[in-house]
Design a protein around this ligand. Structure first.
Ligand SMILES: [Zn+2]
Length: 217
């Protein structure tokens, strides 16, 4: 378990792009603060234990950021990639329905309503999933297309940081608070809301970010 008092400041000597691993001479660098969250489910319901981890620095090379920014603006491939599971679900549902419809040697199984409903249900869940994901990606596309080039690159690169940075440490979920002008200007309740922090953790995060999370601006 973590002691909330223990913070070390982590700076890698040689940075490489978190996405492609290339030495990133020309890169966007982000400083983030780790938040470790443990979900505990017992008879009293669900509660969480949260602690701050370490400061980390991650870099994304401009080539990767550029590619990701373009992917946001021309999102067909991104939609396909993120909807892969839903497409699989639809196909599985259709195959199951087809097998049940064609195979007369399963009369007993055909009588089971739950099994017959499973195919169409999978298709419906898959279609809803695809619509939801596509809407989310298209709204991001709108957001990115309204940004200037630097902001779009920054947004794309930080998206890659969140996608590629560790998400788990043992049973703990790891999330990140970016140390930026925006977050340094937030008060504890704002941080708590935006980054799903317990009140005491958001106070602590605010405190150490303003002490140790200096940025070169
Ligand atoms: Zn890269």
């Amino acid at each position: 378990m973590y002691t909330a008092q223990h913070y070390t400041f982590y700076v890698a000597d040689e940075m490489s792009c978190l996405k492609c691993g290339n030495d990133s001479h020309d890169a966007l660098r982000f400083r983030v603060l780790e938040v470790h969250t443990l979900h505990i489910r017992d008879f009293t319901g669900e509660r969480i234990i949260q602690a701050l981890g370490e400061f980390r620095e991650y870099e994304i090379c401009t080539a990767c950021a550029e590619r990701e920014a373009r992917a946001f603006l021309y999102p067909a491939k991104m939609i396909l990639r993120k909807c892969f599971a839903f497409i699989g679900l639809i196909l599985a549902g259709m195959i199951l329905s087809l097998l049940l419809a064609l195979n007369d040697s399963w009369p007993a199984m055909k009588e089971i309503f739950a099994l017959r409903a499973l195919g169409p249900l999978a298709v419906i869940v898959g279609v809803i999933g695809i619509f939801g994901k596509a809407r989310e990606i298209l709204s991001l596309r709108g957001k990115v297309s309204r940004m200037n080039h630097d902001d779009a690159m920054n947004f794309a690169a930080y998206t890659l940081v969140l996608e590629n940075a560790p998400k788990k440490y043992n049973d703990n979920d790891i999330t990140y608070i970016p140390v930026s002008k925006d977050t340094l200007n937030m008060n504890a309740p704002e941080l708590a809301e935006k980054y799903n922090l317990l009140p005491s953790i958001s106070v602590k995060a605010r405190e150490i970010m303003s002490n140790g999370g200096k940025i070169d601006e």
